[in-house]
Ligand binder design. Structure first.
Ligand code: HEC
Ligand code: HEC
Ligand code: HEC
Ligand code: HEC
Length: 420
């Protein structure tokens, strides 16, 4: 891991030296400090089975006013766009699954409980609370993995703190703890190689799944070397459910395709091959910038928003290398959205053509099985991009590679239908 990222860092050296030289010539008071890579900080895995009692976020308000005040600012990030209205083809792609009924965009962390209880999607089990409340995190630490299979309603009444300090700090604000044990397990021996801030976000911004037998929340890899989209798909394709069938999130009724739903793989995308900033920056550098309080103290901003909404960060840090970061990001995102939409409609057409061919009796036997596998894989690669919240900004190379794979599997499925 360490060695392969050195290569990524080399192209920056020239820019870095240039920025340092410019900084030395200009008025030192007006110039930002030259950009320096984020220091490495090691996270701690939270202890399990220790009678953990959760301290609520508001109980830290007095001791850590700046962190708490910026945490409350997440309430201002309250807009939700309707993904189904924006991308009508997902009604077909997710048909038979909750996201075809209701799918709103993400918003501020403090809305998680409201959003999970009012999605309009059916909830059965408490495992839906994994990324929503520290009360459930504490319960899993205390009771072990059996907690995931509890009833959703039984857990709902026990929630005292929504998304809060506990997830990232246990009860020790300032120290980063990984309190979600499935993440500690997934990262394995590489735990000591991942910067604490990245791990704190990886607890939720990751491609998780619910174990088909035990209902535990799990991540589909072991170690950083296995978390490419290819490896994750291969792993999910090797799992079976309690009846011995190929693992899936749901079966499409019209085509028999055993479909997979990807979940916000920000960690895997940012840490994946082709990531420009993985070696020098963490999620916190861009989403939790260092901020000066009125009394002059520097603190870590706990309002998790887009870096483009932080003009100070762009001025002081990003613009040392980027002339117009906003325009650059919007260009990447527009190109990603265009490909995503084009493939989304093509995958919708594939579903319809496959259903028609099955009904007409022209697609069966081995060709049908091959078409089903190709369709499952195509939708997985497309979804890996569609549900990644940066729309290409975190790693445009990996994003495009995924969309290329989606296209290749789509072509394979279409060839099966056409009997080629
Ligand atoms: C999603 C993860 C996350 C949550 C939730 C979170 N923090 Fe933090 N916190 C961080 C990160 C990352 C840092 C920076 C640590 C570093 O860079 O070493 C940090 C730093 C801090 C620090 C050190 C001082 C500073 O500002 O840098 C304090 C104190 C702190 N957080 C308090 C809180 C409190 C209080 C809450 C709840 C209201 C909270 N945090 C919620 C991730 C989180
Ligand atoms: C405990 C789980 C959890 C952790 C830990 C976590 N997040 Fe989130 N995050 C979520 C959920 C869930 C949402 C969507 C909230 C909603 O829409 O109700 C979200 C939303 C966001 C958003 C807003 C997205 C939008 O469209 O407005 C940003 C930005 C974000 N997270 C960044 C981070 C960063 C950076 C970290 C690590 C420092 C982090 N998150 C850690 C669960 C988590
Ligand atoms: C080099 C800077 C950078 C780093 C590092 C980074 N991001 Fe981002 N992130 C961005 C940009 C730029 C966007 C797009 C923002 C926009 O559309 O306005 C984004 C978007 C997001 C969003 C969607 C937010 C929104 O407002 O729509 C989430 C969630 C997110 N990032 C989480 C993470 C997580 C988790 C990590 C670490 C694994 C991470 N980011 C690392 C720059 C970064
Ligand atoms: C030391 C120089 C440097 C600094 C500082 C820097 N960047 Fe970059 N960034 C680059 C280079 C080089 C690239 C790749 C070439 C390009 O796309 O401009 C890049 C690319 C990006 C991309 C596109 C990634 C992709 O995969 O296409 C985003 C988004 C980004 N940077 C965000 C940020 C943000 C946010 C900050 C400030 C917090 C920042 N950068 C600070 C040098 C830098």
């Amino acid at each position: 891991m360490e060695k392969s990222t050195i290569k990524e860092y080399l192209p920056f050296t020239g820019l870095f030296v240039m920025a340092a030289v410019l900084g030395a010539i200009a008025d030192p008071v007006e110039q930002p400090r030259p950009f320096a890579p984020s220091p490495f900080v090691e996270a701690k895995p939270a202890e399990e089975g220790t009678g953990v009692v959760l301290i609520r976020s508001d109980e830290w308000a007095e001791q850590y006013p700046n962190e708490y005040m910026t945490y409350l600012m997440n309430n201002e990030n309250d807009e939700v766009t309707d993904y189904i209205e924006e991308n009508p083809y997902i009604r077909t792609l997710y048909e038979g699954y909750g996201f075809a009924v209701s799918y709103g965009s993400a918003r501020g962390h403090t809305f998680v409980i409201e959003d999970v209880t009012s999605t309009g999607r059916p909830h059965k089990l408490a495992n839906c609370f994994t990324c929503k409340t520290g009360d459930f995190t504490a319960k899993v630490l205390n009771e072990g993995t059996s907690a995931y299979a509890m009833d959703f309603a039984d857990m709902e009444v026990q929630v005292t703190d929504a998304f809060g300090c506990f997830h990232c700090h246990a009860n020790e604000p300032g120290v980063i703890y990984v309190t979600h044990p499935y993440v500690t397990a997934a990262i394995g021996d590489d735990f000591v190689n991942v910067n604490a801030a990245n791990l704190s976000c990886a607890q939720c911004h990751t491609e998780y799944y619910f174990d088909p037998v035990t209902k535990e929340t799990k991540v589909a890899y072991h170690g950083l070397g296995q978390m490419s989209p290819e490896d994750i798909l291969a792993y999910e394709n090797s799992l079976v459910d309690a009846e011995g069938n190929l693992f899936c999130d749901w079966v499409d009724a019209d085509t028999g395709v055993r479909k997979l739903k990807v979940q916000h793989p920000e960690f895997e995308t940012f840490m994946g091959e082709g990531s420009i900033h993985m070696a020098q920056m963490t999620c916190a550098d861009c989403h939790m910038a260092q901020t000066r309080a009125e009394d002059g103290t520097m603190f870590t901003n706990h309002n998790w928003t887009s870096p483009l909404e932080n003009p100070e960060l762009i001025r002081n840090t990003c613009s040392q290398c980027h002339q117009d970061l906003t325009a650059q990001v919007r260009t990447i995102q527009a190109a990603t959205r265009e490909r995503e939409n084009e493939l989304g409609y093509a995958l919708e057409q594939l579903d319809k053509d496959m259903a028609a061919a099955i009904e007409a009796g022209t697609l069966n036997g081995e060709a049908l099985e091959q078409a089903r596998t190709a369709s499952r894989n195509a939708q997985f690669y497309w979804d890996f991009v569609f549900v990644e919240n940066s729309e290409g900004a975190h790693n445009s190379r990996l994003t495009n590679a995924c969309l290329d794979q989606a296209q290749a599997y789509l072509d394979e499925a279409n060839a099966c239908i056409q009997g080629q």
